[in-house]
Write a protein that binds this ligand. Structure first.
Ligand SMILES: N[C@@H](CCC(=O)N[C@@H](CS)C(=O)NCC(=O)O)C(=O)O
Length: 226
């Protein structure tokens, strides 16, 4: 019983990272297939999965195709109740679903103005009002999650869950653009990005070079360090 996960470039594809973590972190058996997100072959690489057209796309062992990260998350959680992808406590589970759904639907400014990259830390990035609002909202959601779960640090709901999966690329944006957040939020972001699975993903990402560099900014950069 093996899942097939179609994903794009590790360095830049935030949704691919989410899809990969939701299998990798919960020890679900899968094989990753890389599509040419930046080399231009993506449409043909995914053509046999139509109408799926984005990464990640998951193929279940019996052949069913599931696109959209939220749908993949719910499908995997339903199929593997023993893996505890969602928190087991109902109030925490409902809250975790809320945080994931709001992430999937929101934070447009952060997502468009701070494209995920795992290569370096931009220096002097000017934070727009819209990005500031997204950061405030993210921190309000984290505070709410901590209140519901009774935690002050570490995974949002005590044990690593899909909520942490969904916010890992958000953490990469916060760290990668040195965005202004509270010390608690920064510590949580660093925890997410120091996870061995994420470090492995980042190490593999660094083996690919890009010319021209996607999402390049006219800013100084310093080495990635947590
Ligand atoms: N709503 C989708 C978003 C997936 C997505 O936008 N993936 C990007 C890569 S990070 C993609 O496939 N982009 C290619 C394109 O838009 O043509 C999900 O939740 O999975």
């Amino acid at each position: 019983m093996t899942y097939t996960l179609y994903i794009g470039d590790r360095m830049y594809s935030s949704w691919s990272l989410r899809g990969w973590l939701m299998l990798e972190k919960f020890s679900l058996p899968f094989e990753a297939r890389f599509v040419g997100l930046y080399s231009g072959t993506m449409a043909q690489d995914l053509a046999h999965l139509a109408p799926a057209r984005l990464v990640p796309t998951l193929v279940l062992p019996e052949g069913t195709v599931v696109a959209e990260t939220m749908a993949m998350a719910e499908t995997l959680a339903e199929r593997h109740p023993e893996a505890d992808l969602w928190p087991s406590d109902p109030a925490q589970r409902a809250t975790a679903r809320w945080l994931c759904a709001e992430m999937a639907a929101g934070f447009g400014a952060l997502r468009s103005q701070c494209s995920m990259q795992l290569s370096h830390i931009w220096q002097g990035f000017e934070v727009s009002e819209a990005v500031r609002k997204d950061l405030d909202r993210i921190e309000a959601l984290f505070a709410h999650a901590r209140k519901v779960s009774g935690t002050t640090s570490g995974p949002l709901f005590g044990r690593y869950s899909l909520a942490d999966v969904f916010y890992t690329p958000v953490a990469a944006r916060i760290i990668g653009y040195d965005l202004p957040v509270t010390e608690e939020t920064r510590a949580y972001c660093k925890d997410l990005l120091s996870d061995p699975a994420v470090l492995h993903w980042q190490e593999e990402a660094r083996k690919v070079t890009y010319d021209p560099e996607p999402y390049a900014l006219d800013l100084e950069r310093r080495p990635w360090a947590l």
